[in-house]
Design a protein around this ligand. Structure first.
Ligand code: 2NL
Length: 360
């Protein structure tokens, strides 16, 4: 009897000491399996006389039941512990930043970034965005913009012309985005508030000129639009674009065939050894041209200059991109060098908004 007691105690101790379900299963097999210790005792019953078999059989079966119950109880405990450990190991902290993807990540070209930035700024001021064809007529690119036929003003732009058609007319690659504003005036009734970003072409190539470049022009036409409005719009734009609280601006008289009066605009800056900062310092940098739309242009575009007036401006997207992001050579913008793009490019998910900031 005491043997059975010892055996049961030993097995119950082994059950209590089992650290996981595999260890517990080993204990079960050792006790209740085919060759288990309790099974071996049960096998001895057959050779006993009926009286002994009755008492010992009952005792062994009680031990077997006790072991079975202890196994089940311990299994429940271990199962619960295993689940707790699994849950603890597999928690996800949803507040952690996303892991950087391992794959190569593409970059937004700085020009695309600046294009997005400036359209966001002007859209927030209530401007529409208009686009038009790169191939234009002489009429929309020059004549309607008050460049008289044979006038030296036409030589201001080195134009890429297509071969003349049979009637003598020649298509051309637009030299500015103004034809898009012409199209807007011809197709929409004022009030007009529109910006026209796009590709433009001039036969010119050196460190600061590429034959293809980008412009954004703006146009506002209404009954009482004046230079005060223009100054406010350009000031708000410059503060938002260069991300400064204030920037002094200087308006100088100039000449364009399509505006009268015409002005050139400089912004305040400080030139350091390798960098240029805006909104501080004593230096000036020219960034755009503007003016009141010439009455001849309004008339050519179907608007009565006695009823409507307005202003327009134009600036180089490539130029303001270089200024903002500190790039030295304009030509690199178009060389498609992936190493350069990895340095100057932008992560595609850093989308500019006025609320979220324009650059990270
Ligand atoms: C510059 C100067 C300018 C305009 C563009 C414009 C368009 C129409 C009528 C009148 Cl339809 N003006 N555009 C006006 C003044 C200056 O661009 O230096 N751009 C880089």
């Amino acid at each position: 009897m005491s043997n059975l007691q010892d055996l049961q105690s030993q097995i119950l101790a082994d059950i209590a000491a089992a650290v996981d379900e595999a260890a517990l299963e080993a204990v079960r097999v050792g006790a209740l399996g085919k060759k288990g210790s309790i099974s071996a005792l049960l096998a001895t019953l057959g050779k006993m006389d009926p009286e002994r078999r009755k008492t010992e059989g009952a005792a062994i079966n009680r031990a077997k039941e006790a072991v079975t119950e202890a196994l089940a109880a311990r299994r429940d405990v271990l199962k619960a512990a295993a689940l707790d450990a699994k849950l603890a190991a597999e928690t996800i902290d949803v507040t952690l930043p996303m892991r950087e993807p391992l794959a190569e990540q593409g970059r937004l070209h700085p020009l695309s970034q600046v294009w997005d930035e400036l359209t966001a700024i002007f859209a927030d001021m209530g401007f529409s965005i208009a686009e038009g064809p790169d191939i234009e007529t002489d009429d929309y690119n020059f004549t309607k913009l008050n460049f008289p036929e044979g006038h030296p003003a036409r030589e201001m732009h080195d134009t890429f012309y297509f071969n003349p058609k049979e009637d003598g007319s020649r298509l051309l690659l637009r030299t500015h985005t103004s034809p898009v504003q012409v199209r807007t005036m011809l197709s929409k009734r004022p009030p007009i508030r529109v910006i026209c970003p796009g590709r433009t072409y001039r036969s010119d190539s050196d460190q600061t000129h590429t034959p293809m470049f980008h412009q954004v022009e703006g146009l506002v036409i209404d009954k009482g639009s004046h230079l005060g409005h223009l100054k406010w719009i350009l000031h708000e734009f410059c503060k938002a674009f260069f991300e400064v609280d204030n920037v002094n601006m200087r308006f100088r008289p100039s000449f364009f065939p399509f505006t009268e009066p015409s002005l050139e605009v400089d912004i305040q800056c400080r030139r350091g050894k390798d960098e240029i900062r805006f909104g501080e310092g004593e230096d000036w940098l020219e960034i755009l041209g503007c003016g009141m739309v010439h009455p001849n242009v309004l008339t050519a575009c179907g608007l009565d200059p006695n009823e409507y007036q307005g202003f327009a401006w134009g600036m180089g997207i490539d130029r303001i991109a270089m200024l903002k992001y500190g790039m030295s050579d304009l030509r690199q913008l178009f060389e498609a060098d992936v190493r350069w793009l990895n340095h100057y490019g932008f992560k595609p998910l850093d989308i500019p908004t006025l609320a979220g900031g324009l650059s990270s």
